[in-house]
Write a protein that binds this ligand. Structure first.
Ligand code: SAM
Length: 278
């Protein structure tokens, strides 16, 4: 019978090419035995049941062939919240926490702002904001019904009732409403980018990732049309690629947004740009 430690050692030899091999193996094992990573560190000599060991080996081999850990365990942590993830949704990324953090600096704690999250996927942004600002109303949209049903399940798992989900392309589901802040992490990878054929991206929906020749089509569309849906001084905040900050600022300025600013992510890359409607 293999111990926790032996099983992890074997897994690391199999998936040691991945930067996150150790973490991946611990997450997979933790999921199978229903224990936390802290438990795994504390009880390395515990014996695994034969079935558990076999299941673990199968998941490690699937990880080795490239499947994302979030798909193998069906969940991902975002803003310290556990979110269900499926093949129909983008796996929420740590970079997107930069957008949440910046948005929370601007959304007052004592006002009931109307917030839009366009292209909500698992609901990551909407759910993080809703949990931090219970008096705000969040309208979260996506053109993927399958993604919206995952987002709805995530909201209900976190007992949030200040998010309304709507289906449709970008601003269509907003009708004639105005918002205090519009947030979006749209697809922003160039269609021909070879990364789309590598790593986790192969397993995520292309419609959540790619956006035209330079990856700017959706960002441009959102910036060009947001003004109709914002109150005066309303904010548009968009996540973008590390090399798209300059272009995003230029587009915001062309559309009469003022005090245009870009925030860097934890790796120091330009990641989120925003401005105030004048
Ligand atoms: C990069 S993912 C972001 C998902 C989620 N907001 C997050 O940060 O994890 C982009 C999302 O936009 C959605 N999307 C793509 N095109 C869209 C469109 N025209 N209208 C609405 N949503 C769209 C995709 O289905 C996907 O869920």
């Amino acid at each position: 019978m293999a111990s926790v430690k032996q099983a992890l050692q074997w897994a690391l030899e199999e998936i040691n090419e991945s930067d996150s091999g150790q973490l991946d193996a611990e997450l997979l094992l933790g999921e199978i035995i229903g224990k936390s990573r802290a438990w795994i560190y504390t009880w390395p000599e515990s014996a695994l049941g034969e079935h558990e060991h076999q299941l673990f080996q199968q998941l490690v081999m699937r990880r080795k062939s490239g499947e994302p850990v979030a798909h193998l365990i069906g969940k991902q942590e975002f803003w310290s919240l556990e979110l269900k993830v499926t093949g129909d949704t983008l796996i929420p990324r740590p970079e997107t926490e930069t957008l949440v953090e910046q948005a929370l600096k601007l959304i007052p704690t004592d006002k009931s702002w109307r917030v839009a999250d366009l292209g909500t996927g698992t609901g990551a942004i909407a759910i993080a904001i809703a949990s931090e600002r219970p008096d705000c109303t969040i309208i979260a949209t996506d053109q993927s019904r399958a993604a919206l049903s995952v987002a709805e399940e995530n909201s209900s798992n976190h007992q949030l009732n200040n998010i309304e989900y709507r289906d449709g392309s970008w601003f269509l589901p907003l009708e004639k409403e105005k918002f205090n802040i519009i947030l979006s992490n749209p697809p922003y990878i160039a269609m021909e980018d070879p990364h789309l054929e590598q790593g986790d991206l192969r397993y995520e929906p292309n419609s959540a990732l790619a956006s035209g020749k330079e990856g700017m089509d959706d960002i441009r569309y959102l910036i060009n049309h947001a003004a109709n849906f914002l109150h005066k001084d309303g904010i548009l905040m968009i996540e973008h690629g590390y090399d798209q900050g300059e272009k995003a600022r230029e587009l915001l300025q062309q559309q009469s947004f003022s005090s245009v600013t870009t925030t860097h992510d934890i790796s120091g890359h330009e990641r989120v740009s925003y401005g105030f409607l004048t």
